[in-house]
Design a protein around this ligand. Structure first.
Ligand SMILES: [Zn+2]
Length: 263
């Protein structure tokens, strides 16, 4: 909590972020087009992220969406699951540094403003639910917390209980291989029967369900979660904070275009 109150410190390296300013060229490259003085999301980012850390973030190219082989579900991720994002996510999830939810939500909203804007009134955001036991252990749903903030910024309807887990599952990271991961989650998700009316409304209005999770590795969780939605005839896409899937980072793409200049 202390970090959050000391607003002038970078949340990533803990050094002062106060004297840093972001160059316009850098921001343009990150897709931030709005006037810096009037954009509250940009000023949040500037207060909590130093210039050095910003330039080193393992950002993926915004257009870089992909599908895993097992489904046609389109997935988009903001970051590669690498330093410092993996550390920040662990700190958020397992050490309950909940202020990091704000940082993730602000940067995801800011860098993808056009994406959220395009989906305004065209989508609902549904986080991947935790099982009851896991939720009790952790005390919060890490994906839902970030998703709720983004939904607030973008004015997209947030439906936290739309999907539920029909049974407890083991942690995906504990599964030895892909087959075990798949079996572990098979038919694990269903649409909350109490919200069936929402499913009809979403279909009638032709809205897209944006599934939201913090990390995806094999995509099995997302594609299993999409199943009951697709079975209802709903449009589904998925958004995650970070992925271990091999997608090129901005630095990798730009080092060939800009000769490594990324300041
Ligand atoms: Zn920093």
């Amino acid at each position: 909590m202390l970090n959050f109150l000391r607003a002038e410190n970078c949340l990533i390296c803990n050094l002062s972020a106060g004297n840093n300013f972001f160059r316009q060229s850098e921001l343009l490259r990150l897709g931030v087009l709005e006037n810096r003085n009037t954009n509250p999301h940009l000023s949040f980012l500037m207060r909590h992220t130093c210039k050095d850390c910003l330039s080193k973030l393992p950002l993926l190219f915004p257009e870089n969406t992909w599908s895993f082989e097992q489904s046609n579900l389109e997935i988009r991720a903001l970051f590669a699951y690498k330093e410092p994002i993996n550390q920040l996510l662990l700190s958020y999830k397992f050490y309950h540094n909940l202020y990091l939810a704000n940082w993730f939500a602000e940067i995801m909203f800011l860098l993808w403003q056009k994406f959220w804007f395009d989906y305004k009134e065209q989508a609902v955001i549904v986080p991947i639910p935790l099982g009851k036991k896991r939720l009790r252990q952790r005390g919060f749903n890490q994906a839902a917390k970030i998703a709720e903030l983004i939904a607030g910024f973008s004015e997209i309807t947030f439906l936290p209980d739309f999907l539920i887990r029909q049974r407890e599952t083991a942690r995906q990271t504990e599964m030895r291989n892909r087959t075990a991961r798949k079996t572990n989650l098979k038919d694990a998700f269903m649409i909350n029967p109490e919200l069936d009316c929402f499913a009809c409304k979403i279909k009638q209005e032709n809205l897209t369900v944006i599934l939201f999770d913090d990390v995806t590795t094999t995509g099995i969780t997302l594609s299993e979660a999409a199943k009951p939605l697709l079975a209802k005839g709903l449009k589904v896409s998925a958004t995650v904070v970070a992925t271990e899937h091999q997608v090129k980072t901005r630095q990798q793409l730009e080092s060939s275009t800009y000769g490594g200049d990324f300041v």
